[in-house]
Each structure stands twice: as structure tokens, then as C-alpha cells.
Design a protein around this ligand. Structure first.
Ligand code: ADP
Ligand code: MG
Length: 579
């Protein structure tokens, strides 16, 4: 967790001042019982009103000074904790933005969000409490013991008995509840996950009549959570009675011993009151310390998770050492790819080349590896073996920004951000003019529905683009890719929710645009049959050819094609281009 320390930069002084002021406050607290004893022994005993008043004023001044010290400490610790977490959040957010896709897959989106939100809150709380209490509480406990022994060693025997006993009770219970609390958090995570899945997927659950299962699953998780909480609650509930019993027994012992000592004339009544006050201070501080340790264990766990995310090394780019032997614009040279943790490769020994200006269709059933293929081309993942070259240079040796300026990618799951149509379209090309945006919308067959929306280009897109239909989102995502103006265009299954006519119009418009290479991924032969070459993927292996060649040579391709079109379909006749 050492890698978190640099984020305290600029906060060192605050980290020293906060505990220091807290200790000053504690020192004043330790003086108070002595003054009270003095008032009883000297002021009240002699009936000297003025003396009592002056000592009381002293108490008020001490109280006020304590308040100032405490607020100052609070200020420094809060500032230090907030600044530390702010620095850390910046660093983690930046780290997440630059994670590779494989690292993203490994960590999972919801985990990353937890790191940035609740884990950070917990760390902030931990730092704040540590700065204030970690030194203060032991200081008061030891200080109060020492003061008590100084007041009267004989009567303080009860301290020697009570403090260790209370420590055992408080910390013993804490040790029992910490693992239970951990289990509760895990159970809570499980229950939250179930809740989120069933609520976001409510429509699907309804459609399949699975409401009862959802309810019973939730009930199981909730019951387990409740059981754990009850068990923990029962243990925690022991804390108060046990400590009160110990403290009150110790107080009784103290008063009994003290009374004998007062009667024998060794100590005064005030001294007994002072001892009693020290005992209460110790109890309060031990409970605070136990709570602090509970909070700390949680924060340390969170800090550990944040630290390990921060410690993820930038992914090393494996140098294939191969040089491109072909003059073609894009070369896939014996590329294989296995997802991290997967048992089987998703792509195996894929080789093909693409000449400048060629349009490539990629087809195959779901899970055949189409998205994986274009993801590799876009540099989102590195091939496990083999290499991909663009313009004679390996994709791995392109910088991220360089690659994204060469390639525009309309992804399979159209992701639309909250904002406006314009803000979404400007993603790939912030300098695009209105007429360029309109051209992109027109080519993507999105102009009509966007211009019908209030505000046109400036119409609001809600979170995940939910105020647009699936097909509209797909077309907006295509328009975004077109507006980015690059050399290579990748359309990953972007016409799956479009009718054939819209799909055809979009393909025609795109074919008129000036790209060095266009990759169209689809599950429909109709969407790719007019491409210059078609890559057919089956279980991660590829065969290539034109529509008519594949119809001749591949059973799978024929099967896909004729499952979608009648053999005598005039529009999509064998090998013919759509009219
Ligand atoms: N992020 C991932 N992690 C692990 N396996 C994956 C991941 N994405 C896809 N796969 C697996 O790789 C194979 C190909 O997936 P994909 O390229 O998405 O297929 P397609 O786009 O042709 O439907 C599938 O078997 C899928 O389960
Ligand atoms: Mg896919």
C-alpha cells in the first residue's frame, strides 16, 4: 500500500498538526479532574466562594481552549483526508481510462465503480479518524492511568484490574465481529447484485414469468443477510452491559477503597472524585478506540483494493518482431487470439490481406469471433500470436491516439452518452462543422429522425440514449463513426436492428465515402454480399472469398444465405447485387 503515500503530498504538515492539536485537547482533559478535586477539597471544604468561582472560570477557559484545539484538529484532519482522497481519485480515474481492454475484462465495470466511490469514502473516513484518534485514545487511556496513580496509588488498584479487563472485553468482541461484518458486506453485495439484476431485467423476468423465482432468490439472500446481522447485533449488544458491569464494579471498588483511605486521612474526597472521572475517561476512550479499529480495518481493506488497482502495470506490448512482408494496406498474418482466462482461442490462425479501398464483409454465427476480429484490428486487444499490420506497421506499435485517428469504429452495442446528438457526434472529431455532421447523419440514415426531434442536432440524448430506439441508436453510433473522418471504418453488426431497405440505403451511402478500408460485420449475407471480399468465420477459423465464391465453396455460407433468402428471391438472387 506504499504506492498510496505519494498522494499525501502537500498534506504532511496537516497530518502532523491534526494529531498534535488532538493531544493538546487530551492534555487539557486530563487536567480537569484535578481542578474539580481542588474545588471540592479547598473551595467547598472551606466555603470560599471566590475560590470556587475562580477555579470554575479556569474550567470554562480550559473547556473553551479544548474546543478550539479540537476544532483545529478536525479542520486539519478533514483537509488532509479530503485532499488525499481527491488526489487518489484523480489518479485512479486516470488509471481506469488507460486500462487495456483485457485489464478491463479482468476487473469488471462495477468493481471499478466501487473503487472510485464507496472504497474512496471509506478510505477518507479512515484517514480522518486515524489522524484524530489513533494517538489520542491511547494517550488518554495511559495518561488517565498515570494521573490516577499519581493521585493515589493504593486506590488505583481498581484501574489496574478494570483497564485490562475492559480491553479484553472490547477488543475480544471486536475480533469476533470484524469477520462477521466482512461476511455481512459480502452478503450485502450479493443481495444488491440480485436486486439490481432483477430490477433492471424486470421486463425479461415478466416476459418469462420468472417473478416468483426472482422473489424467492431475493428472499434467500435477504434472510441470510438478516441472520448474519442478528448474530453480529447480539454480539455487539453484549458490549454495553459487559463494559458497564466492569466499569461500575471498578467504580464500586474504587469508592470502597477510596472511602477507607479518606477515613484514614490519606486522601481527600476530591481525590476520589478525580479518580472516578479518570475511570470514565478511560471507558469512553477505549470504546472510541475499538470503533476506530473497526473503521480502520474496513478502510485498510478498501485502501488495499485501491492500491492494487493503482499498481496494475501498463500492459506490456509484446513485440512480435515480425516485419510485414506484404504491400497490402492491412495484413492479418496468422493471427490467433485467446481471451485472458478463456480455455479456448476465439480466433485461430487468421490470415488475409486488404488492399487500399477494399470493402470487407465479416460474417459468421454469434460467438464466431467477428467482434474479436475487428477489436484486434482496432488495437483493443493484442493478438496472442501472429500480427496485424496497417500500412506496413504492426498495430501494437501504433500509439493509442494514432490508432484511433486512423480507425473509426461503430461498436456492436451502440453506446450513446448523455448529452445531445451533437455532443455525441463530435466525439471523434470535435472540429466537425454542422454540415459535416449533417452529412454523417444522412449517410447513416439518421438525419430524418434526428431532424424530427425538438432541437435537431441539439436534441437531448438521455443516459445510454434511452430516448432513442435500438435501431436509432445504431444509426447514431454509425453517424458518430462517420463524422470522425478516418482511413478505416469498422461497422460491427450495426444494421442488426435495421430493416433491409434502410440497411441497403446506408450501405450505398457509405460505399460512396472515401475510405481506405471498410469492415462491415454482419450476420446477414444481404448486408455484406456486395463487399469486395467476405471473411467467413466459423469457430474462430476463417475462409475468405466473394459472395459467389463462398456460395460455391462453403456449405455454412450457403446455409446462412438461404436461411435468409429464398433461392429465387429477385432482389437477392444468387451472387447478384441488390438493385
Ligand atoms: N471479453 C471477453 N472475455 C472472454 N471471452 C470473450 C469475450 N468476448 C468474447 N468472448 C468469447 O469469444 C468468442 C467470440 O466472441 P465474439 O467475437 O464477440 O463473437 P461474435 O461477435 O462473432 O458474436 C465467444 O465464444 C465469446 O464467448
Ligand atoms: Mg459480435
Amino acid at each position: 500500500m506504499r504506492n498510496l503515500l505519494p498522494y499525501f503530498r502537500g498534506q504532511r504538515l496537516k497530518c502532523v498538526l491534526a494529531p498534535l492539536f488532538k493531544m493538546l485537547e487530551a492534555t487539557l482533559e486530563l487536567i480537569v479532574p484535578l481542578i474539580v478535586a481542588d474545588i471540592i477539597d479547598n473551595g467547598i471544604a472551606s466555603g470560599d466562594k471566590n475560590y470556587i468561582i475562580s477555579r470554575c472560570l479556569q474550567l470554562i477557559v480550559l473547556g473553551f481552549a479544548g474546543l478550539v484545539f479540537s476544532v483545529t484538529a478536525q479542520y486539519f484532519s478533514a483537509r488532509a483526508a479530503v485532499s488525499f482522497v481527491k488526489n487518489l481519485k484523480h489518479a485512479i480515474y486516470k488509471k481506469i481510462q488507460y486500462l487495456s481492454f483485457s485489464q478491463f475484462d479482468k476487473n469488471g465495470t462495477s468493481t471499478l465503480i466501487t473503487r472510485l466511490t464507496s472504497d474512496m469514502d471509506s478510505v477518507q473516513n479512515g484517514v480522518n479518524l486515524t489522524l484524530r484518534l489513533l494517538l489520542r485514545s491511547p494517550f488518554v487511556v495511559f495518561g488517565a492511568c498515570i494521573m490516577a496513580f499519581r493521585v493515589d496509588t493504593h486506590s488505583s488498584v481498581s484501574f489496574a484490574a478494570a483497564v485490562p479487563l475492559m480491553s479484553v472485553i472490547i477488543f475480544g468482541l471486536m475480533m469476533l465481529t470484524i469477520p462477521l461484518n466482512k461476511k455481512i458486506r459480502e452478503a450485502l453485495d450479493g443481495a444488491l447484485l440480485t436486486t439490481r439484476e432483477s430490477i433492471t431485467g424486470a421486463r425479461v423476468l415478466r416476459a418469462f414469468g420468472r417473478e416468483r423465482d426472482a422473489v424467492s432468490e431475493f428472499e434467500d439472500k435477504n434472510t441470510y443477510l438478516t441472520l448474519l446481522q442478528e448474530k453480529t447485533g447480539r454480539l455487539s449488544a453484549l458490549l454495553n452491559p459487559l463494559t458497564c458491569l466492569t466499569v461500575n464494579s471498578a467504580v464500586a471498588l474504587l469508592i470502597w477503597l477510596g472511602a477507607q483511605r479518606v477515613n484514614a486521612g490519606f486522601i481527600t474526597c476530591g481525590a476520589v472524585v478525580a479518580l472516578y472521572n479518570y475511570m470514565s475517561q478511560i471507558l469512553v476512550e477505549l470504546i472510541k478506540l475499538a470503533n476506530l479499529i473497526v473503521t480502520l480495518t474496513k478502510s485498510i481493506a478498501c485502501a488495499g483494493r485501491i492500491s492494487s488497482l493503482l499498481g496494475i502495470e501498463d500492459e506490456e506490448i509484446p513485440e512480435s518482431g515480425k516485419t510485414c512482408v506484404s504491400d497490402d494496406y492491412i495484413v492479418f498474418d496468422n493471427v490467433s487470439f485467446t481471451y485472458p482466462g478463456a480455455s479456448e482461442p476465439s480466433l485461430e490462425n487468421i490470415s488475409f490481406t486488404v488492399g487500399k479501398g477494399e470493402r470487407i464483409g465479416v460474417i459468421g454465427s454469434t460467438g464466431a469471433g467477428k467482434t474479436t476480429l475487428v477489436n484486434l484490428l482496432a488495437g483493443f486487444y493484442r493478438p496472442t500470436s501472429g500480427d496485424i499490420f496497417i500500412n506496413g506497421k504492426s498495430v501494437s506499435s501504433y500509439g493509442r491516439e494514432e490508432l484511433s485517428s486512423i480507425i473509426s469504429y461503430a461498436e456492436q452495442k451502440a453506446v450513446i452518452f448523455k448529452g445531445t446528438v451533437r455532443s455525441n457526434l463530435l466525439f471523434g472529431n470535435p472540429q466537425a462543422t454542422d454540415s459535416e455532421l449533417t452529412d454523417a447523419l444522412k449517410a447513416a440514415q439518421a438525419y430524418e429522425f434526428v431532424s424530427e426531434k425538438p432541437g435537431g442536432l441539439d436534441c437531448i440524448t438521455e443516459q445510454r440514449g434511452r430516448n432513442f430506439s435500438g435501431g436509432q441508436r445504431q444509426r447514431l453510433s454509425v453517424a458518430r463513426a462517420l463524422a470522425a473522418k478516418s482511413d478505416i471504418l469498422i461497422l460491427d453488426d450495426t444494421s442488426s436492428a435495421l430493416d433491409y431497405l434502410t440497411d441497403l440505403n446506408m450501405r450505398r451511402a457509405v460505399s460512396e465515402l472515401d475510405y481506405r478500408a471498410v469492415f462491415t460485420v454482419s450476420q446477414r449475407t444481404g448486408s455484406i454480399m456486395d463487399c469486395d471480399r467476405i471473411i467467413l468465420l466459423e469457430n474462430g477459423r476463417a475462409s475468405a472469398g466473394t459472395h459467389s465464391q463462398l456460395l460455391e465453396s462453403s456449405d455454412v455460407y450457403r446455409e446462412i444465405h438461404f436461411s435468409q433468402f429464398e433461392e429465387d428471391d429477385p432482389l437477392y438472387a444468387k451472387g447478384g447485387l441488390p438493385v
